[in-house]
Structure formats: structure tokens, C-alpha cells
Write a protein that binds this ligand. Structure first.
Ligand code: XIL
Length: 362
């Protein structure tokens, strides 16, 4: 095993990469074949490992591709990525469809796939206001009942995956756009203490997994981002077991926070002793996209990876899908798409190449 300093790697040499088979966190990199002299034969995940960075993707529809499409999808994913987030399979409605029924098959198979391919898994997500099972939302509960339902859900699921995941998004999207706590089933039925309850229940069920709070529009500096920081500060002050903050990072091309704001925000969480992960990165374009937009997108991707790389607190970047073929964007934002690193034919886009060059020290 080659020991490499985490930051400030001046230039990644092909010989060093060729010699590297695993990093200290246990990434097993596919053999570099052939010839190691060509840096582009080295997977992105291996370059990232040398910088102490995980590069991940959310997985859902791509795993249902069959035939050549399925083969291509898996080959692209396993070659370039070292972290997997189930895009939907761990959400309440899928994993807990009836009060006394858990359905773990889909998420278990994603976890097994990740393990077989040397990937870490980010669990997503335990407590959220969306994708809740009907049995939960269609009944009226007392505060005590709702609190028990929350802690039970968290305890059962975290226990099921105990020892198998690297992180959990324990609480997802707790803030409204104005920075107030977002109304929704858990806030309305349990009260503001639901956040703290969820973290404590998760820690009780798994002593080692990293515990995250995750949200969007908190990446730069804004009233909402300040609210998240204040919320996290309060949790830390109350010794709530929180490891870090997930910056979702769903962007419109050209509409990202500045590198400075992103770096400043990352640093203030670092100063609290917390980690940050970029958890759902995508940068959407108006369709049909132009070559110019694809270039701007490439620069935007490079900026996000670049800031993470330079921030000691940031240790992973996860894109919300692998290719433009299975991304959630076109169906969620009609008229928009082309948001990821690979195109609909599995071809690496300018965005992939710019991230690759960055990680290769070029
Ligand atoms: C999205 C999925 O990508 C879609 O497939 C699903 O229909 C809705 O949820 N923030 C989150 C993710 O935390 O869970 C969401 O995922 C995207 C926004």
C-alpha cells in the first residue's frame, strides 16, 4: 500500500497510481490496465483516493437497466465511483411500507453490491418530510406516539445496517427556504425536538456510523445557510451526536455559490469539529444543451470538487446519479437535464474530464 499525504499532492504520477491498490480507508481499486502510462486509464475513484476523497453516486433507475444498458451502467459506476447512496430504496415509504413491515431487499442488494465493489454506502434517509408511507401520514397520532414511531423507525433501520454503512443522512431537509424549521409530519407531530431524538436514536443503534444532517441551498452563504449553521451549533452545544453536514448541491448551471462562499461555509463547520460531504451534486442545463453550457458546467463541477479537495472538513462528493440517462432531473424539472458527469450514452462529458484533470493535478 502506498501512503500518500491527503492534501497538496503536486502531481499524480502514473507509476505511483499503478502501484496503488488500496487506500487507508480500504478502497480497492481495479487493476490499472493497460498501459499505466496513460493517466486516463486510471479510474476517477483511484485518483480521488489518493487525495483522501470519496466520489460517489446515487443509484436507483440505473440498476434496473437490463441487457447492454445495464452492463454499461454498472461498468461505468463501478469503475469510476467508490461510494453509493441509495437514491430512494431506504426512504420511509419503500423500507417501512406497513407499521410492522420492513422491506430491506432492495437496499440490502445495493449494500451488497457496494461491498463487493469496494464502495462505501451513505444511508439516505431516516427522517424526512417526503416519501413517507401512507400508514404513517393517514393516521392521527399523539405526540408521544409520533415520538415512539420516529425513534423506533430510526432504531430498527440503523440496527439492520449496523456496521455496513459509512454514514446516514439522519435528518433530511429540516429547513424551509426562509430558514425556519420546515413544516411536515415530524415537526408537526413530534415538535422541534424530533431532530435531536433522531440523532440520539441513530447513535444508540450504531456506535460507529457517521451521522449527517442534510439539506439544499445551504452550500453558500445565505439566510438559510446561516440558519443551518445556527441549528448545527445548537446541536453540538447540546452534545447531540452529529458527525457532519450534507450539502445537497442541486444546481442550475452558472448558478452556484462562489468558491469563496462555499469554502467559508465549509470552514465554519470544520471549526466546529464537523465534517461536510457534498451529497447530491448535479448541475442542470436547459435542453437541448449547448457546447458552451457544457463547458460552463465543467467549470462548475471543477469548482465544487476543488473547494471540497481544499477543505480539510470535506471528504466526499456524491453526484445524484451516474448518467444523464437515469437522472431525476428531466422528470422533476421539465425542460432541464444533462446534469451529471456522463451523458445518456455513458460517454464522459466535459464535466467528467475537468474533474478528472483536477484530481490528476492537471
Ligand atoms: C429524489 C429522487 O431522486 C427521485 O427519484 C424521487 O422521485 C424523489 O426524491 N433531495 C433529496 C433526495 O434529499 O432524496 C431527492 O431524491 C432529491 C432532493
Amino acid at each position: 500500500m502506498v501512503k500518500v499525504r491527503r492534501r497538496g499532492l503536486p502531481l499524480v504520477t502514473a507509476a505511483l497510481l499503478a502501484a496503488c491498490r488500496s487506500d487507508s480507508a480500504g478502497i480497492v481499486t481495479p487493476p490499472v490496465t493497460p498501459p499505466a502510462q496513460n493517466p486516463d486509464t486510471i479510474p476517477l475513484r483511484s485518483l480521488a483516493a489518493l487525495r483522501g476523497l470519496r466520489v460517489g453516486a446515487a443509484i436507483d433507475r440505473g440498476f434496473r437497466f437490463i441487457g447492454a444498458e445495464g452492463t454499461q451502467f454498472r461498468a461505468t459506476f463501478t469503475r469510476e465511483f467508490s461510494m453509493l447512496t441509495p437514491e430512494n430504496d431506504m426512504k420511509h415509504d419503500r423500507i417501512h411500507p406497513a407499521r410492522a413491515t420492513y422491506r430491506f431487499e432492495a437496499s440490502d442488494s445495493l449494500v451488497a453490491f457496494a461491498q463487493a465493489n469496494g464502495m462505501l454506502v451513505r444511508g439516505h434517509t431516516l427522517v424526512w418530510h417526503q416519501q413517507l408511507a401512507r400508514w404513517l401520514t393517514s393516521t392521527t397520532w399523539t405526540t408521544a406516539e409520533a415520538s415512539t414511531l420516529l425513534t423506533q423507525h430510526v432504531a430498527d433501520i440503523v440496527s439492520h445496517f449496523r456496521g455496513k454503512l459509512s454514514a446516514w443522512d439522519v435528518v433530511n431537509e429540516p429547513l424551509a427556504d426562509n430558514g425556519a424549521l420546515r413544516a411536515g409530519f415530524w415537526l408537526d407531530n413530534v415538535g422541534a425536538s424530533y431532530i435531536e431524538l433522531a440523532f440520539r436514536a441513530a447513535r444508540a443503534a450504531d456506535p460507529d456510523v457517521a451521522l449527517y444532517i442534510n439539506d439544499y441551498n445551504i452550500e453558500g452563504l445565505s439566510p438559510k445557510s446561516d440558519s443551518m449553521y445556527a441549528l448545527v451549533q445548537r446541536l453540538v452545544a447540546r452534545r447531540v451526536p452529529i458527525t457532519g453536514v450534507g450539502f445537497e448541491s442541486h444546481y442550475v448551471v452558472g448558478g452556484l455559490p462562489t468558491r469563496n462562499d462555499l469554502a467559508t461555509n465549509l470552514a465554519r463547520y470544520g471549526a466546529l469539529g464537523l465534517k461536510v460531504q457534498i451529497t447530491e451534486l448535479d448541475i442542470r442545463l436547459r435542453l437541448p444543451s449547448t457546447a458552451e453550457q457544457l463547458q460552463t458546467q465543467a467549470q462548475n463541477y471543477r469548482d465544487v470538487f476543488g473547494v471540497c479537495l481544499q477543505s480539510p472538513a470535506c471528504n466526499a462528493v456524491v453526484t445524484w446519479g451516474v448518467t444523464d440517462r437515469e437522472s431525476w432531473v428531466p422528470s422533476t424539472f421539465p425542460g432541464w437535464g444533462d446534469a451529471l458527469l456522463f451523458d445518456t450514452s455513458f460517454v464522459p462529458k466535459p464535466a467528467f474530464r475537468s474533474v478528472y484533470a483536477l484530481l490528476a493535478g492537471r
